[in-house]
Design a protein around this ligand. Structure first.
Ligand code: SF4
Length: 280
């Protein structure tokens, strides 16, 4: 029987790791110790939190990837089937619109998240944005309003945008999945596979200069990269004919306020990138 307080600590620790992109744990087998072998006053074998700490210890020392990693091949994801950002051509002039895609999505029942949603959160913003943000999935506020990033994480996103002089209405914001996962859990593989083709179509329709992936699930879906977010963040990757930047999800910063500097740094990079891209 695990005490409630310990259960809460384990849940909080797992949530913290999830935000870092760590979703699998391997617990080192330990020799079984029978109760009879414990001497009086000897502590019992390690409980789960310590085992988890040991399991992720290599990541705490993670170094940034080598410079070569900045030039990535196209992601091995659903995006492979799309011609993202090919040079202007007669076909690209007929690129589908966000309205087309939303119409195609309809009252989507393509995955099990449909059953628990109040609203599909399709996306919001400038359909011709130079900058697209991709988060993980709608939370309770987003599900209620049918709009992305309107809760506390959205307020932090707004503040970060304001800090670098970018107006929210000038960007486009969407998520890997468009329906709220129960309890704000990470979207499961089948859900991502069902929903992400619509995300890639949206990005292709908008044709931005930069896609900013907020958090590990977005990085994994958009770029196909599975390393921890703290290893991947702050770097630009090739993404079709555009670039993608990985950074932490604002919800991570809400839980770890001292990490706000990460978002500030990465948003400054976004600002500098857009300025440079706009310079003839
Ligand atoms: S998450 Fe995406 S694929 Fe699943 S039901 Fe919602 S809109 Fe459809």
């Amino acid at each position: 029987m695990i005490p409630d307080r310990l259960k809460d600590e384990i849940a909080a620790r797992l949530e913290f790791y999830r935000e870092l992109g760590i979703e699998e744990f391997f617990i080192e087998p330990r020799p079984q110790v029978g109760l009879a072998e414990l001497t009086a006053g000897e502590p019992p074998p390690a409980l789960l939190p310590e085992a988890l700490t040991q399991a992720i210890s290599p990541l705490t020392a993670a170094e940034v990837p080598p410079q070569a990693a900045l030039s990535m091949q196209r992601p091995p994801t659903a995006a492979r089937s799309l011609n993202l950002f090919e040079a202007e051509s007669p076909q690209s002039k007929e690129r589908e619109t966000l309205e087309d895609i939303q119409g195609d999505l309809g009252d989507c029942q393509r995955c099990k998240l449909a059953g628990g949603r109040k609203h599909i959160v399709f996306g919001q913003g400038n359909p011709h944005a130079e900058l697209v943000f991709v988060g993980e999935g709608p939370g309770a506020d987003e599900d209620e309003q049918g709009l992305p990033f309107v809760g506390r994480a959205g307020q932090l996103l707004n503040r970060m945008l304001q800090g670098v002089g970018i107006r929210r209405e000038d960007v486009y914001i969407c998520n890997v999945v468009k329906c709220r996962p129960p309890g704000n859990r990470t979207p499961e593989r089948d859900e991502v596979e069902a929903c992400s083709p619509f995300l890639f179509r949206q990005i292709e329709a908008i044709h931005p200069w930069l896609v900013c992936c907020l958090g590990a699930p977005a990085v994994k879906t958009v770029l196909g990269l599975k390393d921890g977010i703290l290893k991947l963040r702050g770097r630009f990757y090739d993404f079709g004919g555009a670039k993608a930047l990985a950074t932490v999800h604002p919800a991570y910063v809400l839980r770890n306020p001292r990490e706000e500097k990460i978002l500030r740094e990465d948003f400054a990079k976004i600002r500098d990138f857009l300025k440079a891209a706009a310079t003839p």
